[in-house]
Each structure stands twice: as structure tokens, then as C-alpha cells.
Ligand binder design. Structure first.
Ligand code: ADP
Length: 354
């Protein structure tokens, strides 16, 4: 049935082309000349065969009288014209398709350019707003810290809530600024020797209030004698803070978080594992996308804006490492990433590129 529909549409296209002047234009439609050349051998061959079998000499008068006696030859003589029309129509269809394709392509290029411009505008807007937000919030934070020292215990509690909210806002603004840098290709790392054991201990200490508040068990299984890695300490603190912070956020009270490492040749693999809500299989390959959150509904219970893992992944990639996630819904998640061991004989400068 499909071929019938196709045949119908081809016939309609052909008939439409017959009504176009382009089909008969020898100068603009090269298919017309091709049709004429294709049709010329037809009368030559048919008349030639006729003359040959009638046994007369192939003179002009003999040919004319042969054609007059056999009028079918008029039909053969018209073949160059018929072929010219059929080929001309095909040329018209082809040229129209080509014109439509070029038009489509140029529209696509135009739309692409407009989208690029919009994207640049959005990037500079995000960057500008983030900078504008950061300085007043930092000032507010400074005043809160000052006031905490001179107020009553009750007022102090309110100020602590305000401080937490200001920290939250600063974190969000910093994530937006990092994203702008990533998109502008200005996100860089400055690697050197880093003692990950020390980094993780500091982060756990800093996050202790949140861990205790949710009654979570945190197990630091990193060995005492962990070799140093080649990394940008500030950025690796960001990576661990995000992964441990997410583990805290997405693990219900009574759950457990483990941090451990494995040595693989000149690489060290670090994992943060939790017994939390987990991530459904179909969402797992999207969690590193910018602004992606498994539950993005207005009823979502967890804070954040879906940028932490995007930034984390970029940081690890800038260290020439890999990061991956494994998870089972309702049972927990494991995020692992690799970093290179620190080798005194190598310089870290080669990593500081985007
Ligand atoms: P945010 O935490 O700000 O939402 P992230 O980029 O850090 O953004 O994480 C993206 C999403 O991945 C989260 O919203 C959450 O749905 C999912 N996710 C990340 N870590 C975990 C985890 N440990 N357990 C369950 N889900 C997680």
C-alpha cells in the first residue's frame, strides 16, 4: 500500500513540474539537453533499420519517403523532444529540492547563530547576577558573624538560622559562577601533591553537625598511609564536599556513609557510598547533566540546584580522571572517581588547561 501512495506523490510531483517553465528552459535546466541527447539515437536507429530492410540507398529523399510511408517514425522522431520534457521535469524536481535544502540549511545556520547568541547572553547574565549577588550576601554574612558575639542566646539562635541560609545562598552563587566559568572555558585546575586523608577528615569535621542532626554513621575507611595524589586541593575539597554532602542529603536517618579507596597502578580510586534513597536506573546517566535532579517537582524535599555533580565531573575531567555512579533505588548509591598518584619527577603544569 505504501508504494501506491509513493507512486501517487511522485506522479503529482511530475505533473506539477510539467507546468513549470524551468522544465523547458534549455539554458537553465541542463537536464533538458541531456534528454535531447538521450532521445536522438531513437529515430536514427529505427529509421536506419527501416531503410536497411527496405534495401534502398540511405539518401535524404529515400529517408523522407520512408518516413511518409511509415508514419510511426514521426513518433520516433519526436523522441528527443519527449525525452527532453521528461528529463526536464526531473531536473525541475531536483532543482526545487536542492533549493529547499539550501533554504533549510541557511535557516538552520541562522537559528543556530541566534541560539548561540542567546546562550552567550544567558552566560553573561548568569555571571553578572552571580557577581552582584555574592558581595551583598558576603556582607550580610560578615554582619551576622559580628552580631552573634553581642546578642542574647535566644537572638543568637535566630542569627544562626540566618547564617545557614546565607551560607546556602553563597554556595548556590558559587556553583553558578563555576558553571559560567566552565561554559566560557575558563575553569582551571592547579595541581600539586594532596593528602586526601587529611582533606576528607577536615570535610567530615566540617559536616559533623549535619551528620549528627540526621543521626548518620560515617565510616572513613581510607588507610593511614595513603599515597599523595596529584590534584588541585581546593577543587578536590569541592568534589568530596559535594559527594559527601549529597550522601548526607539523600540518606535517611540511621543510614550509613562510607568513604574508601583502591589503588590501581599509578591511579587511586576514591568512593563515597551511602545507604540512601538511591537513583532509578533510567535517571543514572543524566545526573551529571547541568541542573538535572531526579526529583525536580515543586514537592521535592531536598535543596540544591542540580549543578554539584556537573561541576564535580568537570573537575575530575580536568584532572584527566573519570567519575562514575552506581546505584540501586531504595538501597543506596556509590560515586567513585580516579586521580593520579603524585609523582615527584613529574610537573603538574600540564593539567592546568581547560
Ligand atoms: P543537587 O544535589 O544540588 O540537586 P547534584 O548535581 O549534586 O545536584 O545532584 C544531581 C541529582 O542527582 C540530585 O538532585 C539527586 O537527584 C541525584 N543524586 C546525587 N547524589 C545522590 C545520592 N548520593 N543519592 C541519591 N541521589 C543522588
Amino acid at each position: 500500500m505504501n508504494w501506491l501512495i509513493r507512486l501517487g506523490s511522485i506522479s503529482r510531483e511530475f505533473l506539477r513540474a510539467l507546468g513549470r517553465g524551468h522544465t523547458y528552459n534549455v539554458f537553465k535546466n541542463s537536464y533538458v539537453i541531456f534528454g535531447i541527447l538521450w532521445g536522438i539515437p531513437v529515430p536514427i536507429v529505427t529509421i536506419g533499420i527501416g531503410i536497411y530492410f527496405s534495401g534502398v540507398a540511405p539518401t535524404v529523399s529515400n529517408i523522407i519517403s520512408h518516413v511518409i510511408s511509415y508514419p510511426i517514425h514521426i513518433f520516433f522522431l519526436l523522441h528527443p523532444v519527449l525525452f527532453a520534457v521528461v528529463f526536464g521535469a526531473m531536473g525541475t524536481i531536483r532543482d526545487e529540492k536542492e533549493r529547499q535544502r539550501l533554504e533549510f540549511e541557511s535557516n538552520l545556520i541562522k537559528t543556530n547563530e541566534e541560539l548561540k547568541k542567546l546562550d552567550e547572553l544567558k552566560d553573561s547574565f548568569v555571571s553578572m547576577v552571580s557577581h552582584e549577588l555574592l558581595s551583598p550576601v558576603t556582607t550580610i554574612q560578615g554582619y551576622i558573624t559580628f552580631l552573634k558575639g553581642v546578642v542574647t542566646e535566644e537572638q543568637r539562635e535566630s542569627l544562626e538560622i540566618a547564617e545557614e541560609e546565607a551560607d546556602h545562598l553563597i554556595n548556590l552563587v558559587e556553583e553558578l559562577m563555576d558553571l559560567s566559568k566552565i561554559e566560557a572555558g575558563e575553569f582551571e585546575v592547579n595541581p600539586g601533591p594532596v593528602d586526601i586523608g587529611n582533606v576528607v577528615n577536615r570535610i567530615i569535621n566540617r559536616l559533623k553537625p549535619a551528620i549528627e542532626e540526621k543521626v548518620l554513621v560515617i565510616e572513613n575507611r581510607l588507610p593511614q598511609e595513603l599515597p599523595a595524589v596529584l590534584a588541585d586541593e581546593k577543587r578536590i575539597i569541592q568534589v568530596f564536599t559535594n559527594l559527601i554532602g549529597n550522601a548526607i542529603k539523600f540518606t535517611p536517618s540511621g543510614g550509613k556513609i562510607s568513604i574508601y579507596s583502591k589503588e590501581m597502578g599509578n591511579k587511586l580510586i576514591f568512593c563515597v557510598e551511602d545507604t540512601g534513597i538511591g537513583i532509578p536506573k533510567e535517571n543514572l546517566n543524566r545526573i551529571f547533566d547541568r541542573f538535572y535532579q531526579v526529583d525536580s517537582t515543586s514537592r521535592r524535599r531536598y535543596g540544591g540546584c542540580g549543578l554539584g555533580l556537573t561541576i564535580t565531573k568537570r573537575i575530575i575531567e580536568l584532572h584527566k580522571g573519570r567519575i562514575w555512579a552506581e546505584s540501586e533505588e531504595g538501597r543506596g548509591s556509590r560515586f567513585c572517581f580516579e586521580l593520579e598518584r603524585y609523582d615527584k619527577t613529574r610537573r603538574g603544569a600540564e593539567y592546568s588547561t581547560v
